[in-house]
Design a protein around this ligand. Sequence first.
Ligand code: F6P
Length: 364
Amino acid sequence: MENIKKIGVLTGGGDCPGLNAVIRAVTKAAINEYGMEVVGFKDGFKGMVENSYMPLDLKAVSGIGHTGGTILGSSNRDDPFNFLRVMDGQSTYSDESDRAIANMQNLGVEALVIIGGDGTLHIADHFYRKGIKVVAVPKTIDNDLSATDVTFGFHTAVDTASEALDRLHTTAESHHRVMILEVMGRYAGWISLYAGISGGADVILIPEIPYELDYVINKIYHRNEQNKHFSIIVVAEGALPAGGEMVVQRLVPTSHDPIRLGGIGNKLAQDIEDKSGIETRVTVLGHLQRGGSPIPFDRVLSSRYGVAAVFALMEGKFGYMVSLAGSNVVTVPIIDAIKELRGVDLNGDLVRTARALGIGFGDR
Ligand code: F6P
């Protein structure tokens, strides 16, 4: 058992429902189980570099388990190993990781719980390789980290998207329209797939299965023949036509992954109307998927992850991430979670289930 007296916690990358529940669980477990002190670095790694932090005690984390966002703030652009400063309009990058470590050590912080997705966990791994005692917690609505069955926040995003599909159903039916819902997920189709199955979509488009427009339109025609004069399509922001490309909305050069996807919903609507004349409308769900309270599943998962992260630190499992394997929370090397993004398994039971329900993927 390690003898750690003070730990730091930070939330990096895009925010996601359940962050506060993890912060609360880390703080409570550290104090209740081990009598430790806890410090929260503000705005992700920026807080470590700029020595911006807040003490976390039981009072500070009281009543936040069900809330959205993060009381610590987050950032998806601040990498201490390649830290951006803008002075007089000039951008410079420098390695500020030693400064971040010095700040941490001056505070007496001996170990870190780092909560984040792909980009944040790459940085967590770099700190671990520099000798810092790190345990990571897998966060992202995209659910695209390897080595865990699920990231916290994902199921809340699915809940939001699924409710949106329920609402789109009624208006689609009233107006005999095609309704397209564009959801997030970066290069993975998890949100689209889960929400589409849950929300009774007729077509689900995901990056892992490039689609043919004709197959999508045929599905709509087929439904018309069955006297169903409306169709619901859920499209992942990373979905793309066969032989085509993903639609990029903007570039954020300072981010670990500078590409921001978005716009495929409007492109698809235009293509459907041009080719078939069927009236089509688009809803882009956007950051609604990241905001708001976590659903109970995510509150419980975040609590389990937060507590497990503290236990992992005390067990000396540095360089590890807590992870869900079946119904158990386990630990896996951080590197296993980030070596490749986890996309939808095309031969898995979810895709099979969707196909058996009659949902089209635009590929046949
Ligand atoms: O990774 C989470 C996520 O919400 C993605 O689904 C989306 O592509 C991206 O972040 C949006 O990033 P930003 O908040 O920088 O627009």
